[in-house]
Design a protein around this ligand. Structure first.
Ligand SMILES: Nc1ncnc2c1ncn2[C@@H]1O[C@H](COP(=O)(O)OP(=O)(O)OP(=O)(O)O)[C@@H](O)[C@H]1O
Ligand SMILES: [Mg+2]
Length: 120
């Protein structure tokens, strides 16, 4: 009964968002949650570049894209994101992968895999 569902959080540079969204669309991702966040990684307190300007504060504006998948392979999502986002410079971002216990579509009451698909 229980089918594996996975949440993938991608936190990266704001300027990469449109390219990432397009690439995710091409592999069949339809639902996503996007937020503007503040974050820091390994370089806490050290200089990172924001729009070409060195910034010395700890927290930099980033974009977070959350997707939950069932049919689309997690590796495909991760590889697609890496391909688009990797510049090799610090601050390219991070990808977090979580198991999802359940999903409920409020309108229909569908759960799990069914809640992630569109059955009108
Ligand atoms: N350990 C962590 N826990 C939660 N969020 C994190 C963590 N590390 C990074 N992040 C989030 O990911 C964003 C991007 O991190 P960042 O790309 O700077 O990672 P990094 O590990 O420092 O790698 P790099 O050396 O390439 O900069 C951060 O701004 C923050 O929002
Ligand atoms: Mg960093």
């Amino acid at each position: 009964m229980s089918v594996k569902m996975t949440k993938i959080d991608i936190i990266t540079r704001q300027g990469k968002f449109e390219d990432l969204k397009e690439a995710l669309g091409k592999i069949g991702i339809t639902g996503m949650t996007v937020s503007q966040v503040l974050g820091c990684g390994m370089q806490k307190g050290l200089t990172e570049y924001y729009r070409g300007v060195p910034v010395e504060v700890n927290l930099l504006p980033k974009v977070r894209i959350e997707v939950v998948v069932c049919e689309i392979p997690v590796d495909l999502v991760v590889e697609t994101a890496q391909k688009v986002l990797r510049t090799g410079k610090i601050g390219d971002g991070k990808i977090f992968v979580y198991e999802v216990a359940n999903v409920i579509k409020i309108r229909t009451g569908e759960q799990g895999r069914d809640a992630l698909q569109d059955h009108e």
